[in-house]
Design a protein. Structure first.
Lengths: 279, 585
């Protein structure tokens, strides 16, 4: 009698647990598929690299999504199907063929996916910027971003820590005695011309920060003592938020700037305005 | 091993004084319970901190208890966040599954009277306790607790007070506390390894050990190799902070307009390498014991042998080994060589293989079973579900090109909370409900346990699943306020949802706490073997006597999971029964 009671209770729990797992998998699937409409999706990329990243994201998404949904539903079905119904469990220690099969299958699938992903990584990290790229220095500091342009002479002036004086707007520590630095432009936002390759020289003045623009699909730590180069070619005019993605202190969440992608004419105009402000 | 006599005099007699019995005890069972209680205290502290943070994120102007000034500031938020991570990772996820349950059950499951080094065992617990005191003390010093996160990236963590509030004495205490913790963990790891190698009873060959023992063993090896590195890293960081060295601080830093002229020549990336060389294996230190418990419990409540026992052992070892080869995936965007990212990426993808083997074998264990849904089983099934969910998102993060978008966002928060936080905690819950009768001689209330499960399981998914979407949107983690960025405005509702889910889920943990405390005194008396299980812990009284087997170490005749053996009346065949005794069953 007690056994029967147990089996009945067992059936109810098995049903609810199985149903929960299936519903959970399907709701998750729905939310992911519908997330662009719900606004839970990254904004469209503005570089060809960004599109490549999105394609790889999508491939991973389909494969991983299938694994996730199948595993959860399988788990839900198995706990329901093999609930205690008073019989005897199958006596089995496993199946060698299946072990080999699913080991090889996952190895090929996962490592294959990893190999596929390297294309986008190589595009941005193994191939340097072309010589004609527009060089801009990016500096993170607690809790601001500053950007430096070489100016009309095309040369960055010398900088040194002892010249840094935030109060006098010398955020980079430009050497006042170096003529190459006279025309350097220092700005709190970064403006770039559309369809031209940009090379960023990323540095930090104090602690580690991370330069992050969602639309570029790029994130790069600004590490004290290192100058790290990344490059991209934006293809969409617009204004995009720059965030800090590496914990840098109590103002981490305020470290906001803008990436402005402009037409050539607007960019030239912007440069002149900034130079005029400097005078 | 074969040379051991069947009767072994116990190394130390049962103590009679209260202090030697319950405080400075040498008994692995008492020490296991001490670790468990330390973790239980810590997990409620950690959860409370997270609740305060969740409230602040959605109601920034709320008056909060325990917060100086009432309304939380940005640095207070980051201090809570740092301490939440530190306490949860070290004091809960490292102590409860390994040092707590491992200490209690490993010697019994291999048929030993105690751990190999009882005094070191005691020392290891009290050193851990000291480290908890030192770390918690950071809250109460001038400047408060550190704000650099549980990863304490240099130079933020190395520069001292000038880098921010909490970066003075608070950060020093944090580093010293972690160094002490590392020492304690090294002692524990040595003890576990020696015990498994030397103290197995007659017939307990490696391939007859319960999978829990295998998991604790592999975890101990990881601990031995990883905590040494963390200890070294912490010592270097302390030196940078107090002795003016420059292991992690390069030349020419200007912090708040002050040139840091004392330092030159250090590398911030060195800290990251050392930290993650420890930090990634640490993830497995947290989750492997849970895998062992899941296998153990799934087999028992399915009344079936573990599917692919050997594959499970190899997968544990494989995960342990690969766990040391993948630390660089935490550093794809750190500025390390992009070529090394290739190797780290492919190695990380391949760690999915042993993980998948484990998942398929768990499904295989359930398949054809006669599943009984007792509370330990519910949490074990929950563990498998969470392990899959938290694991597959790793396949995104392991690809450097996708990590460029997802790194340091809420996606990562979702990923590691599900896999190393919640899944590991489900392992702890399964272990608690399963072994409580053995540990305390009483059974926990099954109704309350089920209520606990049915709120917690959907609850943790409600908290962490939406965070994937926040991360895909590019929401950076460790932001004390989301008000500064335009793109973070439309998702306020999601944050509110998460906070409400956190309230409910954390509330359900009070049900667990009540059930635990109530059952200690008023729970139903437990038999020796209430779950009809096969391993040695179920052959001794509940709770077991001082030296476990009362001087007569058992001999072992078969593997650990002989359930539903054909031709028998009973559906379980314990490891210690002789073939003759087995025939009679």
């Amino acid at each position: 009698m007690e056994k029967e009671q147990n089996s009945k209770g067992s059936a109810a729990v098995a049903f609810i647990l199985g149903l929960f797992l299936v519903v959970f998998a399907l709701v998750t699937l729905y939310l992911f598929v519908d997330s662009p409409r719900l606004g839970w999706w990254p904004p469209p990329p503005i570089t060809s690299f960004g599109h490549e990243v999105d394609r790889q994201f999508f491939r991973t998404y389909v494969i991983v999504g299938a694994i996730f949904v199948l595993c959860q539903i399988a788990l839900g079905w198995v706990v329901f199907r093999f609930r205690d119904r008073g019989g005897r469990a199958t006596y089995s220690h496993g199946n060698q063929t299946m072990e080999v099969l699913w080991t090889l299958a996952t190895l090929v699938l996962f490592v294959g996916l990893g190999v596929y992903a390297e294309k986008a990584w190589a595009e941005v990290h193994f191939i340097g910027a072309s010589p004609g790229a527009l060089k801009i220095e990016v500096q993170g500091q607690q809790f601001k971003w500053y950007f430096r342009y070489a100016g009309p002479d095309g040369k960055f002036g010398r900088v040194a820590p002892e010249f840094v004086k935030d109060a006098q707007q010398n955020f980079f520590g430009l050497d006042p005695n170096d003529p190459a630095g006279k025309d350097d432009l220092v700005t709190p936002v970064i403006a770039v011309p559309v369809n031209r390759e940009v090379e960023l020289l990323i540095r930090s003045k104090d602690v580690t920060h991370s330069f992050f623009v969602r639309e570029l699909r790029l994130k790069q730590d600004a590490v004290p003592g290192l100058e790290i180069h990344i490059h991209f070619t934006p293809t969409q005019v617009g204004t995009y938020e720059v965030a800090c993605a590496e914990l840098c202190g109590q103002g981490h969440h305020q470290m906001r700037s803008f990436l402005q992608v402009m037409s050539d004419a607007d960019y030239e105009k912007w440069l002149k305005e900034q130079a005029a402000l400097l005078q | 091993m074969a040379s051991h006599e069947s009767v072994v005099a116990h190394g130390h007699a049962a103590p009679t004084g209260w202090i030697r019995k319950y405080i400075f005890s040498l008994d692995h069972k008492v020490i296991g319970i001490q670790y468990f209680l330390l973790a239980l205290f810590s997990v409620f502290v950690g959860m409370f901190l997270s609740l305060l943070m969740r409230i602040h994120l959605v109601w920034p102007n709320a008056k909060l208890p325990f917060i100086e000034g009432g309304v939380m500031t940005s640095e207070q938020y980051l201090a809570l966040m740092t301490m939440h991570g530190t306490i949860m990772v070290f004091m809960v996820l490292t102590t409860a599954p390994q040092s707590g349950f491992g200490n209690y059950f490993l010697p019994i499951q291999i048929g030993a009277a105690d751990m190999a080094f009882p005094t070191i065992n005691m020392l290891s617990f009290w050193t851990t306790f000291l480290s908890l005191v030192v770390i918690i003390a950071a809250f109460f010093v001038p400047g408060g607790a550190p704000i650099s996160g549980w990863t304490a990236y240099a130079p933020l963590s190395a520069l001292g007070q000038i880098a921010g509030p909490g970066q003075g004495l608070g950060q020093t205490l944090w580093v010293v506390g972690l160094a002490i913790f590392s020492g304690a963990s090294l002692m524990g790891a040595l003890n576990f390894i020696t015990t498994v190698v030397d103290l197995r009873t007659r017939g307990m060959s490696l391939m007859r050990m319960p999978l829990t023992v295998w998991a604790w063993f592999v975890t101990a090896v990881l601990g031995l190799l990883a905590f040494g590195v963390l200890l070294a890293a912490c010592l270097l960081l302390v030196l940078d902070r107090v002795a003016g060295t420059s292991f992690f601080i390069p030349a020419g830093l200007v912090v708040s307009d002050v040139v840091q002229s004392k330092h030159a020549g250090g590398s911030p990336l060195l800290w990251q390498h050392l930290f993650w060389f420890f930090g990634h294996p640490e993830v497995y230190i947290a989750i492997l014991p849970g895998m062992g418990v899941a296998s153990h419990v799934l087999s028992n409540f399915s009344r079936k042998p573990v599917f692919g026992y050997r594959a499970m052992v190899y997968a544990l070892c494989g995960i342990g080994f690969l766990g040391f080869c993948v630390w660089g995936h935490h550093m794809f965007i750190s500025g390390m060589s992009p070529y090394s990212a290739l190797a780290f990426s492919l190695l990380t993808m391949s760690i999915g293989v042993p993980s998948a083997i484990k998942t398929f074998n768990w499904l295989g264990t359930l398949w054809g079973g006669r599943i009984q849904f007792k509370s330990p089983m519910l949490f074990a099934v929950g563990f498998v579900s969470l392990f899959v969910t938290g694991g597959v998102s790793g396949l995104f993060l392991a690809q450097p090109s996708l990590d460029l978008m997802l790194h340091d966002t809420y996606y990562v928060v979702a990923h590691f909370h599900l896999i190393m936080g919640v899944a590991a905690i489900f392992g702890i819950f399964a272990a608690t409900y399963f072994w409580f009768p053995k540990m305390f001689g009483r059974t926990m209330n099954e109704g309350l346990a089920k209520l606990h499960f049915w709120i917690t399981f959907p609850g943790v998914y409600a908290i962490f699943m939406p965070m994937h979407f926040l991360g895909m949107l590019g929401h950076p983690r460790r932001y004390s306020s989301n008000e500064n960025f335009a793109f973070l405005q439309p998702i306020h509702g999601v944050h509110v949802f998460i906070t409400i889910a956190a309230f409910i889920t954390i509330g359900a943990q009070l049900v667990f706490l009540f059930n635990f405390l109530w059952s200690l005194k008023w729970g139903k008396k437990a038999e020796i073997n209430p779950w009809h299980a096969t391993t040695l812990e179920w052959t001794v009284p509940s709770p077991p006597p001082h030296d476990n087997f009362e001087g007569h170490l058992p001999a072992i005749y078969r593997g650990p999971y002989e359930y539903s053996v054909p031709g028998m009346t009973e559906d379980y065949l314990p490891q210690h029964l002789t073939p003759e005794q087995a025939k009679a069953k």
